[in-house]
Design a protein around this ligand. Sequence first.
Ligand code: DTR
Ligand code: ZN
Ligand code: ZN
Length: 313
Amino acid sequence: MKLSVPGRATGAAVIAVAALLTTSAIADAAPARVAAAPDIPVANVKAHLTQLQSIATANGGNRAHGRAGYKASLDYVKAKLDAAGFTTTIQQFTSSGRIGYNLIADWPGGDANQIVMAGSHLDSVSSGAGINDNGTGSAAVLEAALAVSRTQYQPTKHLRFAWWGAEELGLVGSRHYVNNLSAADRDKISGYLNFDMIGSPNPGYFVYDDDPAIEKTFKDFYAGLGVATEIETEGDGRSDHAPFKSAGIPVGGLFTGASNTKSTAQATKWGGTAGQPFDRCYHSSCDTTANINDTALNRNSDALAYAVWELSE
Ligand code: DTR
Ligand code: ZN
Ligand code: ZN
């Protein structure tokens, strides 16, 4: 469920503006852009989490790099994207003696010289199913991509979505991707949005403060919900946006917290439990589908879609 967001035209306003623009006096004015992001049904995101949980359960309890559970997770995501009309590419690499895979999905169309990317790591640690870390990011990015297909969105810029392997081994998959970009291809990426842990059970609402324009986009969304945000400080450089940032690409993202403890002030503004970690199951076997806050997942999935639409218009 998404409330209105400031600075976004409502339906009635859109009609009014369109009516105005048809008069001869200002018929030459550029029409107001009003492609609004759709609501992302959190039930759809959770259905992907259920699938990822089943995959982990059927494959030794994890979805870790180099294990069967990771490749099964990748096959699940790829099949959804292929069926939705994306052009998918699997990029292979080796780490710690095991084969790893990145999944890249391009939405046909848009300016190939201006690429907006949204990504998340798909691997878990070996100790658990990795549903919050990072099934949540992977499922939300997938559902936003499927929403692009459902709405047949045709933005000015080109949309690319990515699911990274071996993040837990040290950002290996995303670093492999960035390192293998030519300088020309690197320069075509206008921004990379990262989503790693966006449904923590005792959630905070943290926004990366790397690129000001991307940060503002997310903060505008949350201002529209009336939800306060904080700058993400738990892990500068600790997720897949880091290789993109090191290559000079504007980055941003969202995070609901890991092993750090929620303060009393944070519990007052966000709810939840002060004095407890944002995710007490971080990197543990209890990071299952029971380890999710639906409100945080819903809000962040909608924020993800809002940013993809806003930044690709
Ligand atoms: N490195 C992530 C978890 C993590 C820790 N701090 C941050 C900050 C921003 C994003 C993610 C994280 C992992 O364990 O996958
Ligand atoms: Zn992790
Ligand atoms: Zn993670």
